[in-house]
Design a protein around this ligand. Structure first.
Ligand code: ZN
Ligand code: ZN
Length: 321
C-alpha cells in the first residue's frame, strides 16, 4: 500500500523533465498521489516516467468521498492525452468489504463501491481494482456469492461497458478469511460476474509470492503463469501490480518492497515484463516510499526491465506524401 505523501518529496515541487521520456515497449507506472486534486496525479505520473498510472479517487482510509468537479475530469483527460498515459487505474478504498457478514458494514461497503464506480466513470478510467474481501463469520462459498451479489447491486444503475470501465478483481496475500489468494477464487468471482459487468483480474506479484506460488525460479514462474492462464486466462489480466515482497514466500504477509530489493528479486520482474504473452498488460508498482525519490527509482527500474522496442514501435512517424 502506498505511504503518505508527507514522507516524501513531491515530484511537482521539482523542475519538470526538459525532454520527453524515451519510448518503451510496455506500459509501466506507479500508484500516484492525487494530493491537490486527481488531475495533479497525471502530471506527477508523467514526471515520474510513467506511461500508465493508478490513483485513489478518494482518500483510501476514509469513507467520505469527495466530489469530483467536471473541470477536474476534463483537465485529467487532456493531460492523459498530452502525456500518453494509458490506462488509468483506480484502486478502490481498502475499507470496502463486499464479502462481509455484518449487515451495516456490508451496506456501507456497497454504497462506497457505488461511489468508486461513479467516480471511475467520471474520470474515464479504464479499470477499477477491487479486493474481493473477507468472509469472516461465514463460509468461503458464501463470501464469494455475497461479493458477486454486492458488486452486481453496486453497479446496477451504471453502464460500465459504455463508459469503457472494467472492474478488476485483485488476488490477495491470503490472510485468514480473505478471499482471492488462489487464482481459482479470483476466477470464480469473475465467472459469477461475467455477463453482468465487464470484469477481469489484476494480479499482484507480492500477493502471488506470499500466497505461496513460485515466481522466483524460472521454472516456477513458468508454472505459475501456466496456472494463471488455465484459471483466469492471461488475456484477462490487463493490469499487474509489480511489488517485491518483504516477507517470505508462503508467509501470507502483505508487505510490499522496492522492486528487486525483496524476497522476489529483480530477475522475476524482468521475465514478467519481457513475456510476450503479457505485452498487452500495464505493470504498476505499489511500492513504499521510505526515502525521497523512491517512486522515481521504482518507475525507472520498471522502465529498465522492459524489452527493447520492436523496430516498428521505435520508427519515427513518417510524413505522408
Ligand atoms: Zn496490489
Ligand atoms: Zn498488497
Amino acid at each position: 500500500m502506498p505511504s503518505s505523501l508527507a514522507k516524501h518529496q513531491d515530484i511537482l515541487k521539482l523542475p519538470a523533465p526538459k525532454k520527453p521520456w524515451p519510448k518503451i515497449s510496455r506500459r509501466v507506472g506507479i500508484h500516484t498521489s492525487s494530493a491537490g486534486g486527481v488531475e495533479n496525479a497525471a502530471e506527477r505520473a508523467w514526471r515520474l516516467g510513467c506511461t500508465a498510472f493508478q490513483v485513489f479517487s478518494s482518500s483510501p482510509r476514509q469513507w467520505k468521498p469527495y466530489e469530483l468537479g467536471k473541470s477536474q475530469c476534463d483537465v485529467m483527460r487532456r493531460l492523459r492525452e498530452k502525456y500518453d498515459l494509458k490506462p488509468l487505474v483506480i484502486h478502490a478504498n481498502y475499507l470496502i468489504n463486499l464479502a462481509g457478514t455484518t449487515s451495516r458494514f456490508h451496506s456501507r461497503s456497497i454504497e462506497a463501491f457505488r461511489g468508486e464506480v461513479e467516480r471511475a466513470l467520471a474520470l474515464c478510467a479504464e479499470y477499477l481494482v477491487l479486493h474481493p474481501g473477507s468472509y469472516r463469520g461465514g463460509s468461503r462459498e458464501e463470501g464469494l456469492a455475497r461479493a458477486a451479489q454486492a458488486i452486481a447491486v453496486a453497479t446496477h444503475e451504471y453502464d460500465l461497458a459504455k463508459g469503457g470501465l472494467t472492474v478488476l478483481i485483485e488476488n490477495t496475500a491470503g490472510a485468514e478469511f480473505s478471499l482471492g489468494s488462489s487464482f481459482d477464487q479470483v476466477a470464480e468471482l469473475i465467472e459469477r460476474l461475467r455477463g453482468i459487468i465487464p470484469v477481469a483480474a489484476c494480479i499482484d506479484t507480492c500477493h502471488v509470492h506470499v500466497a505461496g506460488y513460485d515466481i522466483v525460479s524460472e521454472e516456477g514462474m513458468q508454472q505459475t503463469i501456466r496456472y494463471l492462464d488455465l484459471a483466469i486466462g492471461l488475456k484477462n489480466i490487463p493490469v499487474w501490480h509489480c511489488n517485491d515482497a518483504k516477507a517470505a514466500r508462503g508467509s501470507k504477509l502483505d508487505r510490499h518492497q522496492h522492486i528487486g530489493k525483496g524476497t522476489i528479486g529483480l530477475e522475476p520482474f524482468r521475465r514478467l515484463l519481457s513475456d510476450p504473452r503479457l505485452a498487452h498488460a500495464a505493470f504498476i508498482a505499489e511500492t513504499p516510499i521510505d526515502e525521497p525519490g523512491d517512486d522515481l527509482r521504482n518507475v525507472s527500474t520498471l522502465r529498465s526491465l522492459t524489452p527493447p522496442l520492436a523496430p516498428e514501435q521505435s520508427a519515427k512517424p513518417r510524413r505522408g506524401r
